[in-house]
Structure formats: C-alpha cells, structure tokens
Design a protein around this ligand. Sequence first.
Ligand code: SF4
Length: 267
Amino acid sequence: MFEILKKSLATGIVTTDYPQGAAEVSDAARGEPDISKATLTDARLGAAACPTSAIAFEPGDRAATLSLDRCAFCGLCAEAALSIRMTNRWQLAALRKEDLKRTVRWGASVADTAGYSTDPKTGVEQIGGHLRSEINRLFGRSLHIREVDAGSCNGCEIEIGGLNSPIYDIERFGIHFAASPRHADMLLVTGPVSRNMELALRKTYDAMPGPKLVVAVGACGCSGGIFGKNYASLGGVDSVLPVDVYIPGCPPNPYALLHGILLAIRT
Ligand code: SF4
C-alpha cells in the first residue's frame, strides 16, 4: 500500500488539461488526408487507390470531394499520389455530414479548395472551463453515456476505453459510462449497423429518457466505412437513428472522441 502511494506521488498528475490546454497528439498519428495541394493527376491516382471510395470526382472531372465520414485514414491515397499527404489533424467532429466534405476544384492554373481548415471553430475549448455547469444546465446532473457496438471491429472500443484512463479521465467533466440505457443521456454508437444489431440499437435508443443525444463514432459509424451497405450491414448509424454528432476516424483517438462528445453537449 505504502509502495503504491509512494509511486503515485512520484508520478504526479498525468491527466491532460485538454480542452483548456493543447492536446498532445504525435506528429506520426494518422488524421485527415490533405488533398488540397494535389494535382489533378495525383488526385485521380489517390481516388483510384482509395478502398472506401472516400475521394470522388464530380462529373466533368475538374473537382474532387474527400468525404471524411468514409475515410479510414489508411494512407493508401498518399502512397499512390505524391502530392496527397496524411496529416495528424484529428479535431474533425461535426454536427452535419456536409461539414465532413473537403472539395478541391482545378481551374486553369490553381487549385481552389473548400472545406479545408486546420482550425475548426467549434467552440469546444471555450466550454471546457465550465463544462460541469453546462452539463448541469442541460441535464440537471452529470452526463451518462451508453455505448453500443453495432458491429464494429472493436478498434473504436479500444479508444473509447482510453477515455476512462488517467490520461484522458472523462469523469473529471462529470461524464460517466452507464450500464443501462435507462440511465443514459447520450448514445455512443460504433460500427456499421449490422442487420442483427438494428433491433437492439433501436430498443436501446427507445429505452433512453429524453433529452437524448446520439453520437456516431468512427468511419463505420459515420457512413458504414469500408463495409458500406450490404446484405449484413445497414451502413452508418444515421440509417437507423437521428445522429447529433459525427466523429470520423478509423479509429478516432481519445482526444477526437472527447472533442466530439463535448461538441454534442454544446449543441
Ligand atoms: S486515407 Fe485511405 S480511406 Fe482515406 S481517402 Fe486516403 S485512401 Fe481513402
């Protein structure tokens, strides 16, 4: 016991001060691919290499759109195309799927980009300081999350598990994971919704008291990801339930999850 206490005191505080402070994400971490500087030829090569069809060309072939809700951050487009590069941008959660689109148009000489931003204005940092009171205002008490794996590979679950670690410590905001949907305010859903899980997901949602929030996690939760819609999968969570926030990534790191959850509370 004394040894544990001694070790704890020697280790000190390891919890991040995000969102008031900066998130410590490795430069090598995978975030959104950047096609904003890509040449038309390179963008075509990247689109051809993409396993999730996340880069799509418009009719006429002079504009391409990257859909982050489909992107698995696999980096194959960057390997195939010299001017596409992977970034470590992870602060990508959005209230609408349209906000997860990045468009590049090629004119006579320069590329015109839309939707690219390294500084998303979501206001999450501003509420970080008084998050407990914000949660109290909305729910009259702490916020409880029920997580449902609707068919994921468990990559997202590993990152969600990190939220309860001493590093991210989501409970410092008064946010807890609940064992029952009857005690939950927020439904966190991972995976493409497999047809076997559709009923369970609907019943979980119906069992939650209002007001309730739904957060789709990861490329699979946002759009069905690499699985899309098929005989076993219904696609993204919004094919079954109304979604309040989409958190892209494959999987999103705990900072990205925290950012998306705080964004949902902000709505
Ligand atoms: S990172 Fe992978 S999934 Fe995303 S656009 Fe590039 S090839 Fe497609």
